[in-house]
Design a binder for this molecule. Structure first.
Ligand SMILES: [Ca+2]
Ligand SMILES: [Ca+2]
Length: 193
């Protein structure tokens, strides 16, 4: 191979590498969308959606999305997860569809509305965080029973947003309805503890 040809080939290779780096698809927090109402329950009936988009605002298919509860010590995940989702320690991971969307229904318990930092990652890139997570399992023992009902009543009386299950800023009859549904669903659930 002539020296010129070798140089030309190397230069061409350099252009290809540079071009693929410029067009590498990475999750972008600016365009990605993280839900703002995070609720966990033993029955896993509260949807939490994340949409992952790249730096060109295009959806990313099959992106690994992780919700990390390490910074919310009052929240406890159940050992079981829905099909397609994986629990590891204080994290749960799922994958986006062709629209860049993944919807979690997280099996767990425990409310934390102060001092919490729940981080959301897509393919290892942090795309958002939440400062609160609520649950009908108010004492975080992954059961919903009369103990939680007592805590709910106290929270409602004091408007303690740990029991604000629909994230509307109030604790009222709407949240009590959600609590009752969660208690009924939990009775037949197999994901906890
Ligand atoms: Ca409980
Ligand atoms: Ca509410």
């Amino acid at each position: 191979m002539s020296k010129f040809l070798r140089i030309a080939l190397l230069a061409g290779l350099g252009v290809i590498v540079a071009a693929s780096a410029a067009f590498a698809v990475v999750p972008d927090p600016t365009f990605s969308i993280v839900g703002n109402c995070l609720v966990v329950a033993p029955g896993g009936e509260y949807p939490f959606s994340v949409t992952v988009k790249d730096q060109f605002a295009n959806p990313i298919n099959n992106s690994a999305v992780t919700v990390d509860f390490t910074g919310a010590s009052s929240v406890h995940l159940c050992s079981g997860a829905d099909a397609g989702f994986t629990v590891s320690g204080a994290t749960i991971t799922g994958h986006t569809n062709v629209s860049g969307l993944v919807t979690f229904t997280i099996h767990g318990g425990g409310s934390q509305i102060t001092g919490a930092t729940i981080k959301v990652y897509a393919d290892g890139v942090q795309i958002g965080s939440l400062s609160r997570c609520t649950s009908p399992d108010l004492n975080g023992d992954k059961q919903i029973n009369v103990a939680d009902l007592g805590l709910f009543a106290t929270a409602q009386a004091g408007q303690n947003l740990q029991a604000d299950l629909n994230c509307d800023g109030f604790v009222n009859v709407a949240d009590l309805g959600l609590f009752a549904s969660s208690q009924a669903l939990h009775a037949g659930d197999v994901h906890c503890p």
